[in-house]
Write a protein of this length. Structure first.
Length: 204
């Protein structure tokens, strides 16, 4: 999916239209294997934030494992789907329809983990440093940002979304606020994204 010069990718209207038109090539239709594996390794209940949650498959998985999950998206269309899925359950999910850039200071120091997946590559690249600062503020001291950076093989000049993620430059940008604790090509990457994504973990 690529926007044209007349479309504002920073507007909820753009993303709502993507969901209405099923223009959601990033959507796996189920839980992300990498995050399922990561979640299964957690030993106790945690506060997890999923910015740009979309249809919320990972949100539901985390909540079913007993974690308190805050799901955030400023597009109403996918949150409707998530609300339907979680409505008749006792899952501990807070669904917030809000721009991620307006989360502070209300949610500062709230979360043990933030899950980054297809959000960083979807926002205007000019907003990336602001995104990093906000994610830092949302995490508790010692909290982690657990993410999948993609597409790492696409040039930023080729436009988007998704906008290319130059891995070394991106890690350097995060290191201004975070400490890197893991960066690997994950064995559970789905076949179409092998060699196109990097699993990372940063700690506050």
């Amino acid at each position: 999916m690529n926007s044209n010069d007349n479309v504002d990718i920073s507007s909820s209207k753009f993303w709502n239209n993507c969901y209405r038109n099923n223009d959601t090539g990033w959507d796996l239709g189920g839980t992300t294997p990498i995050f399922r594996n990561w979640c299964d390794s957690l030993k106790s209940q945690k506060e997890i934030c999923v910015p740009g949650c979309g249809n919320g498959y990972d949100v539901l998985y985390f909540a079913n494992k007993g974690h308190r999950v805050t799901a955030i998206d400023f597009a109403k269309e996918p949150t409707r789907t998530l609300k339907k899925e979680s409505k008749n359950s006792n899952l501990n999910i807070d669904i917030i329809v809000k721009d991620i850039f307006n989360l502070t200071p209300e949610f500062n120091n709230r979360f043990d983990y933030i899950i980054e997946y297809t959000c960083y590559c979807a926002i205007d690249p000019k907003m990336r440093n602001q995104y990093i600062n906000i994610m830092y503020d949302l995490l508790k001291p010692g909290g982690e940002l657990v993410g999948i950076f993609l597409p790492v093989n696409k040039d930023l000049k080729d436009g988007g979304p998704p906008f290319g993620v130059q891995l070394n430059q991106t890690i350097k940008a995060f290191l201004k606020k975070f400490k890197l604790i893991e960066s690997i090509r994950h064995p559970l990457s789905i076949v179409p994204r092998v060699d196109k994504e990097q699993f990372v973990r940063f700690i506050k």
